[in-house]
Design a protein around this ligand. Structure first.
Ligand code: CP
Ligand code: NVA
Length: 309
């Protein structure tokens, strides 16, 4: 049966760790000039209904490095933008390609695409989740801290796709997760319901960023207004400004050696100060780099598992 990567809720702890271990191997291979044509002759269709820099470039480069090919399909320029049903796009692309990566608005659209496609589907961001980003994030934290289990992850800001995936990913690998969001901007109820079922790791959702940051080993943040929410930017600014920001005062409450991660793009002076961003730039750009390695692992595991790594 074909496998997909639609959201981290679908993965077990073992699945996540298997992807992270494969990603480490991909990175090692890349750094040591060991090339592998695991996906030779295979094609990935990449559907973008929202903007992207990292996701597009890392998937396209990753496919090339694995010996395959990636096709960029803009929502606007393809028939998707003229209303061709998702179920038809899924079946057509399944006749040409070996995998589909999609960045869009609704998670339901991605789930429907996967239901009708006979090839693996990868979620490259929806309003609900950003699983590829969080795999890269976990990889980066493990790389720098040598472990995940028992570390405290904190997220400051909007209860968006990033925090939804961070809560699920963090708790599944045994991290404690503490989130601070303003009232009215909580993570998705499905994610909060999942968090309630977790035993072993601690989860908290609070209003005060200082409470969430206390004793953290890694602090995450993201934009106050995500793609598709541009019209709410002013209202959101009023809800977040002055409180939901990663700054020096907040970092002073964290554990020694605490990391800062941001999926990017970042808005300096809003969710993070320029000072904190620059002080942690190495970690943040490692995180961006690891999108490539983590996604190569996902591509290999979903589209090329028949060939040894
Ligand atoms: N972090 C991330 O997904 O970046 P892009 O929007 O540039 O793809
Ligand atoms: N939450 C952001 C993440 C961008 C990578 C957005 O959806 O726009």
């Amino acid at each position: 049966m074909k496998k997909d990567l639609l959201k981290l809720l679908d993965l077990s702890k073992e699945d996540i760790l298997h992807i992270l271990n494969t990603a480490d191997q991909m990175k090692y291979n890349q750094k040591h000039g060991l090339t592998h044509n695991h996906l030779q002759g295979k094609t990935l269709a990449m559907i973008f209904e929202k903007n992207s820099t990292r996701t597009r470039v890392s998937f396209e480069t990753g496919m090339y490095q694995l010996g395959g090919h990636a096709l960029f399909l803009s929502g606007k320029e393809s028939q998707i933008g003229r209303g061709e049903p998702t179920e038809d796009t899924a079946r057509v692309l399944s006749r040409y390609c070996d995998g589909i990566m999609i960045r869009t608005y609704s998670q339901e659209e991605v789930e429907k695409l996967a239901k009708y496609a006979t090839i693996p589907v990868i979620n490259g961001l929806t309003d609900f989740a950003h699983p590829c980003q969080v795999l890269a994030d976990l990889m980066t934290v493990r790389e720098r801290q040598s472990r995940l289990e028992g570390l405290k992850m904190c997220f400051i800001g909007d209860g968006n796709n990033m925090v939804n995936s961070l809560i699920v990913g963090g708790l599944k690998v045994g991290m404690d997760v503490s989130v601070a969001c303003p009232e009215g901007y909580d993570p998705d109820p499905k994610v909060l319901a999942f968090a309630k079922t977790v035993t072993g790791s601690k989860f908290s959702l609070v209003r005060d960023p200082k409470e969430a940051a206390a004793g953290a080993d890694v602090v995450f943040t993201d934009v106050w207004a995500s793609m598709g929410q541009e019209g709410e930017a002013q209202k959101r600014r009023a809800a977040f400004e002055g409180v939901y920001q990663v700054n020096d005062a907040l970092m002073a409450l964290t554990n020694k050696g605490c990391m800062v991660q941001h999926c990017l793009p970042a808005h300096r002076g809003e969710e993070i100060t320029a000072e904190v961003f620059e002080a942690h730039a190495d970690e943040i750009f490692d995180e961006a780099e690891n999108r490539l390695h983590a996604q190569k692992a996902v591509l290999y595991l979903l589209m090329g598992e028949d060939r040894p790594c």
